[in-house]
Design a protein around this ligand. Structure first.
Ligand code: KIV
Length: 283
């Protein structure tokens, strides 16, 4: 399989092939995920919560996002890498948004993701796409707007809000966005958006009918236990795997079972003899 591009994802939609996607934030995980055959990796600002322990995504900054993005890029051969523009990196001006998007591309991202669908975001999307930076949009529940939305609320539960979101998505598509993440919306709206848009709709809590799915890796691996969203599914229990392994290691250190001969570096025999007879170490 070769490198996945925004065009590949659009083609997958046209062929009715489902798109798989997951977040990653570090080299070794990104390498495993890429080798498993994921279509695209999002270096999400969810790193603020699952990697850095903040309660929301607001606190993460460009410096941190650049470190995570370049670590992921070093581990990936085939998957498309999407870097998330964090809160505060594009709100002040279009120019700042363009500059920060360029920074993520320099770190190895192949595209950037931007939350929101206001006219300002549409303009930023157009500026970026016309300058060769592919943009993935993000609508529905947008975590960076948590304060404005008044909490973790399912979006597009009725026709009026669904129409409002669809209008924004159509404008973003027109501005050049190559895909759109739809988060925490009713399944009916997810299906409606998927049918109405030409670009792939990637759902996270958007039901069964979107062109693709994305989840946060720490959630599916059972590593992040602070909060498990209803829309996520746990495929492993790394919390127990890591806890049990570390417990065993502690036990073996305390009971002198680790390290054993296979883990040590020995001196040559003649050096051992010299060491035995040495009355002091000349240093
Ligand atoms: O930051 C993130 O992980 C995301 C996904 C939830 C889509 O934006």
């Amino acid at each position: 399989m070769g490198k996945i591009t925004p065009e590949t994802l659009k083609l997958m939609k046209r062929k009715g092939e489902k798109i798989s996607s997951i977040t990653s934030y570090d080299y070794s995980t990104a390498r495993i995920v890429d080798e498993a055959g994921i279509d695209f990796i999002l270096v999400g600002d969810s790193a603020a919560m699952v990697m850095l322990g903040y309660p929301t995504t607001h606190a993460i900054n460009m410096t941190e996002m650049k470190i995570f993005t370049s670590a992921v890029a070093r581990g990936v051969k085939n998957a498309l890498i999407v870097g998330d523009l964090p809160f505060g990196s594009y709100q002040a001006s279009i120019e700042e948004g363009v500059k920060n998007a360029c920074e993520l591309i320099k770190c190895g991202a192949n595209a950037v993701k931007i939350e929101g669908g206001s006219d300002y975001i549409v303009e930023l999307t157009e500026r970026l796409t016309t300058q060769g930076i592919p943009v993935m949009s993000h609508l529905g529940f947008t975590p960076q707007f948590l304060n404005a939305l008044g909490g973790y609320k399912v979006q597009a539960k009725g026709l009026e809000q669904a129409e409002f979101i669809l209008k924004q998505a159509l404008k973003l598509q027109q501005a050049g966005a190559f895909a759109v993440v739809m988060e925490m919306i009713s399944e009916e709206a997810g299906k409606y958006f998927t049918e109405k848009l030409d670009i792939p709709v990637i759902g996270i809590g958007a039901g069964r009918y979107t062109d693709g799915q994305i989840l946060v890796i720490d959630d599916i691996l059972g590593k992040y236990k602070d909060f498990t969203p209803k829309f996520s599914k746990r495929y492993a229990d790394l919390n127990s795997v890591i806890g049990d392994a570390v417990q065993k290691y502690i036990d073996e250190v305390k009971t002198k079972k680790f390290p054993t001969e296979e883990h040590i570096f020995a001196m040559k025999e003649e050096e051992k003899e010299k060491l035995k007879n040495a009355s002091y170490i000349n240093c």
